[in-house]
Design a protein around this ligand. Structure first.
Ligand code: NAP
Length: 299
């Protein structure tokens, strides 16, 4: 039986693995895909992680993984399908039926950006279509962009981009916004922001990179970037009934990664938190591993 099973091989899981290994715990990282690096690979360039400006998301993910490998961390390919509390720890059943057992679990399966599912979106992902304004906004300095969504993320993204970009179109499918009225009021006061609501984006167009978007009513907007901010989907459905989830499905946890279930810790985007970034995921992983080591020590 392992001391710690870490589910997820993104920055949160790998950081947890390094801390767990240094605490001399037996640890395995369960990765959904062979050499899977998580959501970080969606970022063309990451310019806001300390000490590595301009590194591509893929290279950064690989550097994190190599670091964990160099510390002797074991990896196992497989998808967790069910997690069960047992008398002496946890049993995690994989999609292929195999069962892994561990005294503690650090769950770092992340969250996936909801996609619009329109033509051109996948094709131009990383080449004009972005799911993270804080990560990629600086690459659109002085350019015209669009933001899709009507929640707080879309409003915050539009405000952030309005300080960097030329024109910012905020496009929402309904007239009413879910996001904060105060942020919406700020956006309405910005000369370079145009709010189109209700409006639906039908397609993303371009040659090698994005040059425009087409709306359902036939309008075409010339933009270099489309920031899709239509919500996240925490990868925590399999934990329903095991640990406390918030109304949006994120795992409720304190700063140390402790959940409502002793011995079951959580780190990264799948947990309740304010800022979902590589740097906060790595910090979560460290905290969760230290908390798991403490839990195992205290029995
Ligand atoms: P969200 O609140 O779920 O909003 C998602 C938005 O995307 C909604 O306006 C929704 O439209 C729209 N949408 C969903 N699917 C779509 C589709 N297929 N096509 C077009 N539009 C679509 O997600 P979020 O903005 O990422 O925020 C998540 C949570 O974090 C929220 O609780 C939010 O308040 C919180 N948050 C807070 C802050 C802050 O406090 N500053 C910042 C960011 C996020 P409808 O409205 O029509 O459903």
């Amino acid at each position: 039986m392992l001391d710690v099973l870490i589910i997820g091989s993104g920055p949160a899981g790998l950081s947890a693995a390094i801390y767990a290994k240094r605490a001399e715990l037996s640890v395995t990282v369960l990765e959904k895909l062979y050499l899977g690096l998580g959501q970080i690979t969606e970022s063309g360039k990451v310019d806001n992680y300390l000490g590595m400006p301009g590194m591509s998301g893929y290279d950064m993910g690989e550097a994190f993984r190599n670091h964990a490998v160099s510390f002797g961390v074991d990896f196992k390919e497989g998808e967790a399908a069910a997690v069960e509390k047992t008398e002496d720890g946890f049993a995690v059943t994989l999609a292929d039926g195999e069962i892994l057992t561990a005294k503690s679990v650090i769950y770092a399966a992340g969250a996936a950006h909801r996609h619009l599912g329109i033509p051109g979106e996948e094709e131009f992902s990383g080449r004009g279509v972005s799911y993270c304004a804080v990560c990629d906004g600086a690459f659109y300095r002085g350019k015209d962009v669009a933001v899709a969504g009507g929640g707080n993320t879309a409003l915050d993204d539009a405000l952030y981009l309005s300080e960097l970009c030329g024109k910012v179109y905020l496009i929402h499918r309904r007239e009413e916004f879910r996001g904060a009225a105060a942020t919406l009021a700020k956006l309405k006061g910005k000369e370079n922001v145009e709010i189109l609501a209700p409006a639906v984006i039908k397609a993303v167009t371009g040659e090698k990179k994005v040059s425009g978007i087409v709306l359902l009513d036939g309008r075409e907007l010339s933009v270099s970037g489309l920031f899709v901010a239509v919500g996240m989907m925490p990868q925590a459905a399999l934990l329903s009934g095991l640990v406390e989830l918030d109304a949006s499905g994120y795992v409720v946890a304190d700063e140390t990664g402790k959940t409502s279930l002793p011995g079951f810790f959580v780190a990264g985007d799948v947990r309740t938190k304010k800022l979902r970034q590589v740097v906060t995921a790595a910090a979560d992983g460290a905290n969760a591993a230290v908390a798991a080591a403490e839990y195992l020590r205290e029995g």
